[in-house]
Write a protein that binds this ligand. Structure first.
Ligand code: FMN
Length: 353
């Protein structure tokens, strides 16, 4: 682990982890509202070799903040200054939501993981638009959106798209009951058809993870529908459904280190199913340079993280970006997909070199 986060792991994290998870998240949110030297705490050194084009968005580096960390959009300025290449706010719904009853986050400290059953608490699309209007843009930003009814998704999209650089459609939250009784493939296809006629900016689709063969077929079918529906990128993946009796909901989504291996496999399979046409944002368990490189080698254009930030602190952004820089320098031709790079993913390069 890098030195940049030593103070976090030895000092700040024990204090934060002495609090219940949501209380420590509130504390962190309050800190993010202060004028602290976020650039220094993130510790990212700019490197042109890491610049990457994500569906037309010019990113300074491929490290993104995953949806769910900033559920209001209020802290995108500070989070961008940490050095993320892009940040995702939300998930936002048309109307405000309280989310599920508490407790709804559990830590697995020894496993670098979490289970959550938040259930998409958020201020709703109109309040989010007001916040986004006010918050300074430091890096490219996305809004994650979701809803039960198609008309609500379309309205939320229309309300939020003017305030962001792209929209990520969350088609994969394990903590809402939507979709259990409908044809989700037809629903996604319909949504993309309707959004296709209206949207003016890139649209990403966030897929669920898969473990079993049956789940694999479902997720790959989703990926193909996203491709046919002209999505601009895919995010693989959301958290993994698990049973957890300490959550009030008794089940939730697993996130963190334990997902990494599955994420690498999911990225490779989705890439193959979509014939490498769409950029993929790897998400799930990225918390170190080796994992980030494995995702890139599997075909990811960018990496998103949430739980890695909880366990690694702000310095993880620099740890990842600077580690990728070092890897790009040491490999002839840079990293696949990045500006300094030669070969595209799958054509050798990084790990092959
Ligand atoms: C507390 C919590 C809340 C989350 N909320 C959302 C959300 O609102 N929308 C979404 O698409 N993903 C949400 N996620 C999932 C993350 O964006 C990410 O897909 C998942 O945690 C795997 O990445 P990680 O291992 O880096 O955390 C949430 C995750 C956590 C831990």
């Amino acid at each position: 682990m890098g030195h940049g986060s030593g103070w976090y792991r030895s000092l700040a994290r024990p204090l934060l982890f002495a609090l219940p998870p949501e209380a420590s998240h509130r504390l962190v949110s309050r800190l993010l509202a202060l004028p602290l030297p976020w650039e220094r705490l993130g510790g990212v050194r700019h490197d042109p070799a890491l610049e990457v084009d994500l569906a037309g968005l010019a990113l300074a580096n491929p490290i993104g903040l995953a949806a769910g960390f900033d559920k209001t959009g209020r802290h995108l300025d500070a989070l961008g200054r940490l050095g993320f290449g892009y940040v995702v706010a939300g998930t936002f719904t048309r109307r405000p939501r309280r989310g599920n009853p508490k407790p709804r986050i559990v830590r697995y400290r020894d496993r670098g993981s979490l289970a959550n059953a938040m259930g998409l608490p958020n201020p709703g699309a109109e309040a989010a638009a007001i916040t986004l209007e006010r918050v300074r843009r430091t890096v490219p930003r996305l809004a994650s959106i979701a809803d039960q009814d198609l008309s609500d998704v379309l309205e939320t999209h229309a309300i939020l798209e003017p305030h962001v650089d792209a929209i990520e459609l969350n088609a994969s939250c394990p903590n809402v009951s939507w979709g259990r009784d409908r044809d989700n493939e037809a629903h996604l296809a319909g949504l993309l058809r309707e959004l296709g006629a209206r949207r003016t900016k890139p649209l990403f689709v966030k897929l669920p993870p898969f473990r079993s063969q049956v789940e694999r077929e479902v997720v790959l079918a989703f990926a193909r529908i996203a491709l046919e529906g002209e999505a601009d990128a895919l995010t693989c993946s959301n958290s993994l459904p698990v049973a957890e009796s300490r959550l009030a909901a008794r089940s939730g989504g697993l996130s963190g280190r334990e997902l990494l291996e599955g994420t690498v496999g999911n990225v490779a399979a989705v890439r193959e199913a979509t014939e490498g046409v769409l950029p993929i944002n790897a998400c799930g368990g990225v918390a170190g340079v080796a994992g980030a490189l494995a995702c890139i080698e599997a075909g990811a254009t960018t990496l998103q993280l949430y739980t890695g930030l909880v366990y690694g602190g702000p310095g993880i952004v620099g740890e990842l970006a600077n580690g990728l820089s070092a890897a790009a320098r040491s490999r002839h031709g840079g990293l696949p997909g990045m500006m300094g790079a030669g070969p595209a993913p799958g054509e050798g390069g990084l790990l092959a070199g």
